[in-house]
Design a protein around this ligand. Sequence first.
Ligand SMILES: [Zn+2]
Length: 205
Amino acid sequence: MIHPTAEVSPEARIGRGTRIWHEAQVREGAVVGADCNIGKGVYIGPGVVVGERVKIQNRASLYPGLTVEDGVFIGPHVVFTNDRYPRSIAPEGRLLTDADWEPGVTLVRHGASIGAGAVIICGLTIGRWALVGAGALVTHDVPDHGLVMGAPARLVGYVCDCARKLEPGKGRAHWHCPACGRSFELAPLPGGVRRRRARRTARGA
Ligand SMILES: [Zn+2]
């Protein structure tokens, strides 16, 4: 289903069962997999690749250089930037064109979710089943299952495939989900490492 007010390039590929709502734009060379839901006013730039069963909420902007794997959720008004060195003009004043520009390559991995209004700087990878909090400004890679929040975004925990927050288990790298019982081997949080080091330093002094 493509709403009559959506603008889908004849050079874009759209999978079976995908719905594209009011005023969305899908540019030439973009590939959108099967059974996706593309909300009102979404922009999918030239060459952007979107997997299957992806939900993209209203007004999200997906600029060139972006690949989104299967099962990803992208909240309303999320922006994926794609210029590491944004300038309208060169130092001598000449207008920069597409030929001057190298798009940043960004990857959102299987099952990840991006909260409303988040901004993702280009050149990053958002890991499998990661969760980016609403309004976050993501400036570093996010590990698999990572929960990041804030501006700039910090890793504050881990989430399960079911999106509930994981709790530390008995082993140092063991995490489990109180909601569904899944368990995972994941690196200790950076903050936890710092706290342990600080305690050791205090004891040594
Ligand atoms: Zn769970």
